[in-house]
Design a protein around this ligand. Sequence first.
Ligand SMILES: Cc1cc2nc3c(=O)[nH]c(=O)nc-3n(C[C@H](O)[C@H](O)[C@H](O)COP(=O)(O)OP(=O)(O)OC[C@H]3O[C@@H](n4cnc5c(N)ncnc54)[C@H](O)[C@@H]3O)c2cc1C
Ligand code: FES
Ligand code: FES
Length: 474
Amino acid sequence: MTAIMFHLNGAPVAVRDAAPTTTLLEYLRGRPLPGTKEGCAEGDCGACTVILRTPAGDGLATRAVNACIMPLPMAHGAEVITVEGLDDHPVQREMAARHASQCGFCTPGFVMALAARPPGAPADRAATEERLAGNLCRCTGYGPILAAAEASADDADARADPAADAATAATLTAIPPLDYTWNGRHFLAPTSEAAFAEAAARDPVILAGATDVGLWITKRLFDPVTILSTLRVRELATIEERDGALIVGAAVTHTAFHAAIRDRFPALGELMQRFAGLQVRNAGTVGGNIANASPIGDLPPAFIAAGATLELGHHHGRRTLPLEDYFLAYGSQDRRAGEYVRAVHLPLDGLARLTCHKVSKRFQSDITAVLGCFALRLDGDTVAEARLAYGGMAGIPARARYAEAAMVGRPYSAETVAAAGAALAQDFAPLTDLRASAAYRLRIAANLLRRDHLERTGTARTRLAGEAGAGLAA
Ligand SMILES: Cc1cc2nc3c(=O)[nH]c(=O)nc-3n(C[C@H](O)[C@H](O)[C@H](O)COP(=O)(O)OP(=O)(O)OC[C@H]3O[C@@H](n4cnc5c(N)ncnc54)[C@H](O)[C@@H]3O)c2cc1C
Ligand code: FES
Ligand code: FES
């Protein structure tokens, strides 16, 4: 058995007496380090933001994460910095000088989200807005906070200390893999896929970024006997391009995936920009978004439209299947005992044709009401191939086969698109819930096809990320 070992504000820590489901936030506040606040305990408000630094190359990769939904063992082998660990940071100075805090409850979270900006990373208005999309303030207004971010950037960059980072990285790298037991509960974090696959065969709960599972812990008091983490499995954290496809490992975070695709495939890049806030994207993984199989998960419809193949791993070998076949019914997937999501294969030509339209009430950090992802291949004016995939329209992410049939072989015209829109009623019988009524969902799903047609044919201008109305339905 190993202890949970990490660095906290510069000092090494070894924890042997905490349940594996203890959140990092609970641990910090119990130390006591009460600067890190609890607002929502579900990853939404950013009040609990801390900095997590992990070895990368010769140095450390820095990212902001939500401590409230992060099980403490996920800090193993990392450096955790809380607001108490900042030493008169330029962000703190500028926030104070510009009165960027009122009641102060959200302030440590904002400070940590801004202080997590890696040296030299953009600090312009757009980059800062993206960095703060996961932080909510009820009192002050965001103007002074944004101004403080910009004003502090140069001084913050000047604090970079690569030699100190390299020394910390060497100490963290020497920490052995985690195999932790407390009171009959286990947390395993193997570093090789062989060890992971062997442990997966013993029916544990698999944990990746914990941005879904963390909420089961805080909201449903989920307390599994064994948790198996993908976090340190090297083979699951790679992105490679091979045979005309991008092969994305299950443990690749949304942030890493976003960086890999945002310039090359802007439609998918914009969808990723609208996925949660940065703290969630820094922890959550591509594999978790697929395995979770939520009907309103954002990646499955995009990947299905692009023609993705899912690769499942097992102690005894691997198998592949079209991603759409993985989702059988609400809460049921084609995953056998001992199997785990290994990677998703995304055809480059499918990604190049992809357009995505997410309908949610807020532009960022909001769950989808309806998501339409479309990949069309035209032969002249005629639709040669149509892959239309939706989220929020059924118990699973699914293709609209009737609507596709209404398009293929026909001219790509307003009439064809209207016929496909009408056919959606044969494809889906959506639910009414808090986010949207069934009638609204059907109507908006058809309107997304219309919007896509108008944008592709140049009749309507594509709205840019952040522009008024960009997140709303056509
Ligand atoms: C504030 C907030 C905002 C969010 N916004 C969005 C959003 O905009 N769009 C969206 O789609 N989602 C959103 N989510 C949901 C969540 O972030 C995603 O579903 C995320 O991709 C889950 O990945 P994870 O690595 O955190 O998974 P975890 O929470 O670690 O696991 C999720 C599920 O997948 C299983 N699992 C994970 N990896 C594997 C694997 N390799 N093999 C087998 N099973 C596995 C786990 O057992 C669990 O059942 C949001 C969540 C929060 C808290
Ligand atoms: S307390 Fe709100 S995100 Fe953690
Ligand atoms: S200053 Fe009060 S919540 Fe932000």
